[in-house]
Design a binder for this molecule. Structure first.
Ligand SMILES: Nc1ccn([C@@H]2O[C@H](COP(=O)(O)OP(=O)(O)OP(=O)(O)O)[C@@H](O)[C@H]2O)c(=O)n1
Ligand SMILES: C[C@](O)(CO)[C@H](O)COP(=O)(O)O
Length: 241
């Protein structure tokens, strides 16, 4: 029998880099909030049984309104997010309890996620315990090094080996829970946090291979003000296609 699959929408951030009064997931793009675009993708995915939303403190009532008005029946919980992305993930794991399931942790601010990626992630979790979504880098990437007048180009990395992580990042619940329990027990974790959930698994459960599913250039993370315009354009192009 297939496992229950839970989509976790991480929407607990404040959107400091976008710099608006509202968290960016509550900003409207192409006629609806970014949060609602992401909700719609998970609600419409036949592989997803349940959705848990992590929302910025002070905005859970708005999230509930969006969920109720949009009729997103798979949403089982709206939980307050933590002070960092990893804290929000941990809160989501606590809200899920201990019964084994597949967990797909998604940045709510990636509203252009394609259903194909969810399908492939859920399929991959039948044979793998951890799955990431990634794309190759089309830019050359190097390590910046301190130089005489500021930063200079340090080591140029082998681009053929480089990938850019996206979301959803997907795990058996027992795996991601164990990784987080070890991270939270490590006094050094707070001072050197991971920038994504795969980073937590890689550091604390290195014996678990993280299988890769191909992401998409469209699956952008709305991070800076220009990304709102890019997302709008991508939705427009999709509607015209
Ligand atoms: N405490 C946090 C911080 C981030 N996130 C979520 O993680 C995703 C990726 O984070 P990011 O793009 O960094 O969002 P913000 O933290 O809101 O942005 P910023 O860093 O510019 O403040 C977003 O969907 C965001 O809402 C979260 O659930 N809880
Ligand atoms: C999880 C992530 O989207 C993978 O690329 C990224 O690490 C999130 O970074 P952010 O600084 O929290 O936006």
């Amino acid at each position: 029998m297939d496992s229950r699959s839970v989509g976790v929408l991480l929407a607990g951030g404040v959107g400091q880099r976008v710099g608006l009064a509202l968290p960016k997931q509550l900003v409207e793009v192409a006629g609806r909030t970014i949060l609602e675009h992401s909700l719609a993708v998970f609600e419409g995915a036949p592989e997803i049984d349940e959705i848990v939303v992590l929302m910025t403190p002070g905005h859970t009532a708005r999230a509930r309104e969006i969920v109720e008005r949009g009729g997103y029946r798979k949403v089982s919980k709206i939980v307050e997010g933590g002070a960092s992305r990893t804290e929000s993930t941990w809160r989501a794991l606590q809200a899920l309890g201990t019964e084994e399931c597949d967990v797909l942790l998604h940045d709510a601010v990636r509203p252009l996620l394609e259903p194909r990626i969810i399908t492939e992630c859920v399929a991959a979790l039948r044979t793998h315990r951890a799955v990431n979504v990634a794309i190759p880098s089309s830019d050359t990437v190097f390590v910046a090094a301190p130089g005489p007048g500021g930063e200079v180009v340090g080591e140029v990395l082998d681009r053929a080996l480089l990938r850019r992580s996206q979301t959803p990042q997907c795990f058996k619940l027992s795996v991601i829970r164990e990784a987080y329990e070890r991270a939270l027990a490590d006094p050094e974790f707070a001072g050197r946090p991971a920038t994504d959930d795969c980073g937590v698994v890689l550091r604390y459960l290195p014996e678990v291979p993280i299988h890769l599913v191909a992401g998409s250039e469209r699956n952008i993370k709305v991070t800076h003000p220009a990304d709102l315009r890019i997302a709008e354009l991508l939705f427009k192009l999709a509607a015209e296609a």
